[in-house]
Design a protein around this ligand. Sequence first.
Ligand SMILES: *Cc1c(COP(=O)(O)O)cnc(C)c1O
Length: 434
Amino acid sequence: MTLALLGGKPVRPNPYPPHITTGKEDMEITMEVMREGILSDFEGSNNQWFLGGKYVKMAEKEWAAYFGAKHCISMNSATSGLYAAVGAAGVGPGDEVITSPWTMTATAAAIVVNNAVPIFADIDPETFCLLPDDVERKITPRTKAIMPVHIYGHPADMDGIMALAKKHKLVVIEDAAQSTGIRYKGKMTGCIGHMGIHSLNCHKLIQTGEGGMVFTDDDDLAQRLQLIRNHAEAVVGTGMAVKSLVNMVGWNYRMNEVEAAISMTQLRKLKTLQEERYLLADHITSGIKKFKGLLTPTIREGCEHTYYRYAVRLDPAAVPITAHTLVEALNAEGLDWYAGYKPLNLFPVYQEQIAFGDKGCPFKCPLYKGKPDYSLDSLPNVRRHLKYSFSTENVRPPLTIADMDLMLEGFDKVYKNMDKLVEWEKRNMKPGNK
Ligand SMILES: *Cc1c(COP(=O)(O)O)cnc(C)c1O
């Protein structure tokens, strides 16, 4: 069979269906909100509406109970939640926050938006999550916080990170946008650090279209998050317990009543949706294991995995092509894989060090005494994963075992034509993709 990349027929002629998690329950609760007609009930004043409407309050209570956290603070996105959490932690000009470059842009943007400087540490050779050993090497007197990301849905090494935080008195903010509902050593991800953020955008495990949830067990942080969410500068000084003005800038990160209502019906099916993912993931794992040199996701002891993205590593000693070539071939077959991940340190904002205004703030702010290294030099695992890893989000409902089998058929075709792909790679090798 000729590879579709070389003019053959693709194994999957039809595109993947969209990610649908809504059903009757979501429609009914939406109609309930609509009948009542109050689509948001927030006010940016120190009064009874400061904490939002009926559904926002109900949702926060239900989410906090499900996750076993003292406080849940809803937001209009996980991005807003991350921005608010870094602000609530008191991070500001002159500070550094250490995070992973192997993540979605909002993780590091949350640091920049608070006028601090992100420092990128290397990632685990198997799980793609932040490596505590490299975090420790990068701690300076300027370090204020660590932001681990449970990337693809596998937990970061939270024991290692929490031990560092304790030793160096740092705040830990978990980006749990991809790991909603899974545990690390018995604890829910997003509820292990001082604050943790989940996403409810349309791509995530469950969704409200847009939305985010922040967890904390700390009363002071909870109130700071609530203030930052809702026009803080107009409210601090009107009898709130929080007196500090640090980072109390007026954002509007409020979730509306429809989203809050749907967040409850979605949460109630999180477990079932995850179980469907496990069936698909187990099937694809046992299939992919049969191909020489393909390494399926590692699950560390005491960990679970959402398979939000299903990532495969390639052993260059056993496979003669890079992930880029493999992905070109798979995608020509109508499959939907992605090679590597664009590491955040290579984004222009960090390479050029231009964010606020044109004078290099916050990177060259006079209050900042460091000099960040945004090269790949100290990130060897990132460099390797760029070339030898690839992932897909299509291991999720409503896809079925038949869809997984088609995916495996694509891999089989690629493996049967490996010599042709080696030639193709030689002809098409782009500088930098080697
Ligand atoms: C999706 C995602 C976000 C942002 O979530 P939004 O709700 O879309 O703002 C942040 N971090 C990670 C790792 C994500 O995957």
